[in-house]
Design a protein around this ligand. Structure first.
Ligand code: CTP
Ligand code: MG
Length: 267
């Protein structure tokens, strides 16, 4: 590895086929400093020397719309677009995997919804992946974690008393769930992407029979019984899930919302 990249060729999979249900509208098309969020995410990787190819998994039910919206800019970077899966992220990754160049020694999977990962994080994960077959970023969990009951309960069992104190609206607002357990957070980490794997290992993980229930890619590697290394993640690597996350990402990247920018600088 004289040039530091010779035997480390990374194919990148960007799952971007989700429905943005919790966000409420297409989160990947949101403006981030004048460019759609999806392109910001893709461009994290176009800047890296180790990256040999990038495949984006797009919503299968809106593929043509996706191509007309992003095709030109993605094509400029040599990015391939494949149809993802409607229901499950793993289906999107599996479809993209088939389009990754065979010559890639490693494969990185990164959520389209994480546009604020730093280049330092990418460098850290890629460096570790040169020596470990499966590497994921993770952050210690600082919150106290509790498991709660599935059903919700009224705060006051006696509705007449509750109504007298809070009124009917207050009664609804004070419904809650019961704590069933406090979860020990010792050595618990919240994991992020990019997750980087030896190409053959990830292909083997995705060739398993039952991929259901996998919420990230490393879980499928764990199912093979293969070790997964966790390196430091970072707080700024936010997954845009709700509108509040988008505001945080804009703050991290120093972008103003489009309505706060002069009209000629919006797209
Ligand atoms: N994703 C995907 N294919 C799916 C589901 C999710 O490619 N069938 C992608 C999303 O586009 C996103 C990433 O996986 O980049 C993480 O998923 P998430 O944050 O849950 O996004 P959505 O599924 O779009 O959001 P929601 O769950 O609120 O609908
Ligand atoms: Mg989802």
């Amino acid at each position: 590895m004289s040039d530091g990249t010779g035997s480390f060729q990374v194919g990148v999979i960007i799952p971007a086929a989700g429905q943005s249900t919790r966000f409420g509208s297409d989160k990947l098309g949101q403006d981030l400093g004048g460019r759609p969020l999806l392109l910001r995410t893709v461009e994290l990787f176009t800047r890296r020397d180790e990256v040999r190819c990038i495949v984006v998994a797009a919503p299968p039910d809106a593929l043509e719309e996706f191509r007309s919206r992003y095709g030109a800019q993605l094509g400029f970077h040599g990015v391939r677009i494949v149809a993802g899966g409607i229901a499950d992220r793993w289906e999107s990754v599996r479809n993209a995997l088939a389009a990754i160049d065979e010559s890639c020694t490693h494969i990185a999977v990164h959520d389209a919804a994480r546009p604020a990962a730093s280049d330092a994080l990418l460098a850290r994960v890629f460096d570790a992946a040169r020596v470990a077959p499966a590497v994921i970023p993770g952050e210690p969990v600082s919150a106290t974690l509790k498991r709660i009951s599935e059903e919700s309960f009224a705060a006051a069992p006696d509705e007449e008393v509750a109504d007298a104190i809070l009124g009917t609206e207050g009664r609804e607002a004070t419904r809650g769930h019961r704590v069933t357990e406090t979860i020990d957070r010792t050595r618990v980490v919240a994991v992020q992407t990019p997750q980087v794997f030896e190409a053959s290992l990830l292909r083997r993980a995705y060739a398993q029979d039952n991929l259901g229930g996998a919420t990230d890619d490393s879980m499928l590697v764990e199912r093979l019984g293969e070790p997964v290394l966790v390196v430091s993640g970072e707080a700024r690597n936010i997954k845009v899930t709700t509108q509040a996350d988008l505001a945080l990402v804009r703050a991290v990247l120093g972008h103003r919302a489009p309505e706060e920018r002069p009209a000629h600088k919006r797209f």
